[in-house]
Structure formats: structure tokens, C-alpha cells
Ligand binder design. Structure first.
Ligand code: ZN
Length: 149
């Protein structure tokens, strides 16, 4: 797959050029995990991200490059209506009611490597409104801007 494919949308997010994949592109990448001649590394992790996006429609899969490295980095974006927010999916347990599920956490520095002001972007991410436990409404142990129900 090449960057000019119409299943890829270019966007500037956090001051960085990011390529957002339409879900129709997933099958093509599974059959041939190469973008612009560059094989995708750790593709099993990327496949897990694809499964997540297929299941939860508020998320999309994106990739970008860092500096002049010949390597694609992948991340999940959560559409919070204001922006596409980079997130890490984590499995957490509520300490009050023992609910367990997935949450989306934007406060991971690694998500913002390659951004011109990654500390500033991380600071902004730490201010994004959190959601509580979907079962008992207690505060969850991690910064969660989304939780599976
Ligand atoms: Zn709970």
C-alpha cells in the first residue's frame, strides 16, 4: 500500500503529519503488511489494534514516521468530537467494584514521539476529561477518557 491510496487520509495531529487508515484498508495490509515499500514491524500488535477498531467505532488506526527513521509507528486515535486523540488501550480493574474492562489512556509520552512539542501535548492530554467506572461510577485507577461497558 502506498501513501497516495484513497483509503489513507493525511491529517496534522499534535503538530505531526499522521496517516489515518480507513477500515477497508485493514484487509489489504493483512494480505501485504508493507507501506511505501517499508514492511510494518510488530505487525501482530497492529492486527490487535485493527481488531479493536473493528469492534469500537469511536477509534481509528493511524501511523506516522519519526524523524528520518525508515519505520512506521502505529497508534489508535479516539474521536472525542474535538480532536482525534492518541490513546493507549489498557486493561484495568476498578478497585471499588472489581469491574474489569478496556480503557483509553492518552497520557503516555511514547504516543507523542516525533511531535514538535511532545511534553506540551502530553500536558494537554492530561487535562482531557475522564470517565468513571461504567459499573459503579468510581474513579478508575488510570487516566481514562473512554471505558468499554
Ligand atoms: Zn467500579
Amino acid at each position: 500500500m502506498n501513501l497516495n491510496n484513497n483509503l489513507i487520509t493525511q491529517q496534522k495531529i499534535d503538530g505531526q503529519l499522521v496517516y489515518v487508515l480507513a477500515t477497508e484498508a485493514f484487509e489489504l495490509l493483512v494480505n501485504n503488511p508493507v507501506i511505501e515499500g517499508q514492511p510494518i514491524s510488530a505487525f501482530d500488535t497492529v492486527c490487535n489494534m485493527m481488531d479493536f477498531v473493528r469492534k469500537y467505532v469511536s477509534f481509528s488506526l493511524a501511523f506516522y514516521s519519526i524523524g528520518n527513521q525508515k519505520k512506521w509507528m502505529f497508534c489508535l486515535l479516539f474521536d472525542n468530537k474535538e480532536k482525534l486523540q492518541r490513546v493507549q488501550i489498557e486493561n484495568v480493574q476498578c478497585k471499588v467494584c472489581n469491574w474489569t474492562g478496556f480503557i483509553a489512556n492518552p497520557t503516555i509520552l511514547e504516543l507523542y514521539y516525533g511531535c514538535p512539542d511532545r511534553w506540551g501535548v502530553l500536558e494537554e492530554a492530561s487535562k482531557t476529561p475522564i470517565v468513571n467506572c461504567p459499573n459503579c461510577n468510581s474513579t478508575l485507577p488510570r487516566h481514562s477518557i473512554w471505558a468499554s461497558s
